[in-house]
Design a protein around this ligand. Structure first.
Ligand code: ZN
Length: 330
């Protein structure tokens, strides 16, 4: 009788099952800039993504290793307190921040190694083609566990950007995580390019797409073509639902959709879907607090996706897989 009273409480059931399956996995964050938003920079929240990339430079320039360490440590403790056992974070490594995030990342890894498994990925915010940018990309690639990419930073040369990432990944025998299709517009076809390039480089199963929001803005026939390529490339997708649900209204005509990758279609196609929080309390997402439940709730609501077993898989084993982590730490 009493257990039936709680039959409606799916949140409780999902969270319990996630605990049983080794705990939450947060596959995508940018911990080195968490908690950097201020009352002054909050006003910049409505600027275009590409403008924000520049704004962040000031913070990166003025931050000391200790400050970056403190921000990362606070974020990690917030994650541990929710039951996150594996956490993937991009760290900026470029000519502005130089190796300050690498140093801070090494320190947090040592400090929290008994409590949480940390996986680091380098963010190429200055691209990877410009020789100065490439030098820092190479430096970051050595330190991190997974090679990170952002082809939009080398606009017009996206394919070349991916060639550099993939050659580096092959050399260092590391996986690759790439930000693609972030702007919720059918003008973008980066997920398609990423899958094609993965196949061309024989890296099937080693490359992960992050976001893929713009997929949902394309007609069904195009989406299905991309799913076929993703399957051939064995390419999972990381959804960070809160990060892009704030996509700004435009007059562009598109199929009706929410601003998130079509998770329910990807699952039906047997493409692995994982989950992450993305930015926490920074100029990109001032109100994002890193709550894993909030992310999962947004995912299930925006995709009308109520398959409890799959929701648990997304939060646990699928996410461990995209980070290359075999089992949760006990
Ligand atoms: Zn990101």
């Amino acid at each position: 009788m009493t257990s039936n009273l709680k039959d409606w409480d799916f949140k409780e059931k999902i969270i319990q099952e996630i605990k049983n399956k080794g705990g939450w996995v947060n596959t995508h964050s940018h911990l080195d800039r968490a908690y950097t938003v201020t009352s002054k920079t909050l006003k910049l929240g409505n600027k275009h993504l590409h403008k924000k990339w520049e704004i962040v430079d000031q913070i990166k320039k003025s931050s000391t290793v200790d400050q970056i360490y403190d921000r990362m440590a606070f974020a990690i403790e917030q994650q541990i307190s929710q039951g996150v056992t594996v956490l993937g974070s991009f760290i900026d490594v470029d000519n502005v921040i130089k190796d300050k995030s690498i140093k801070a990342a090494q320190r947090v890894r040592d400090k929290y190694k008994k409590d949480i498994q940390l996986v680091f990925i380098n963010q190429a915010l200055k691209g990877v083609i410009d020789p100065k940018a490439k030098k820092w990309f190479d430096e970051g690639a050595q330190f991190v566990d997974i090679i990170g990419g952002l082809p939009a930073k080398d606009a017009g040369k996206e394919a070349e950007h991916l060639d550099i990432l993939f050659d580096t990944a092959k050399q260092l025998k590391k996986m690759v995580h790439v930000h693609v299709d972030q702007l919720n517009t059918k003008q973008e076809k980066e997920t398609e390019l990423l899958a094609k390039k993965t196949i061309e480089h024989n890296l099937a199963g080693k490359v992960v797409a992050i976001h893929g929001v713009s997929l949902a803005a394309h007609p069904k026939k195009y989406r299905q073509k991309v799913y076929r390529l993703m399957k051939k490339a064995k390419m999972p997708l990381i959804a960070c639902p809160v990060a892009w649900i704030d996509s700004i209204r435009t007059e562009e005509m598109a199929v009706t959709h929410n601003s998130i990758a079509p998770v329910e279609e990807l699952i039906t196609e047997k493409i692995i879907v994982a989950i992450g929080t993305d930015n926490i309390a920074d100029v990109y997402k001032p109100f994002a607090d890193g709550s894993m439940w909030t992310e999962l709730r947004f995912l299930l609501e925006t995709c009308h996706f109520y398959d409890l077993k799959q929701l648990v898989n997304i939060s646990t084993k699928n996410s461990r897989k995209v980070l290359g982590v075999k089992a949760a730490i006990k």
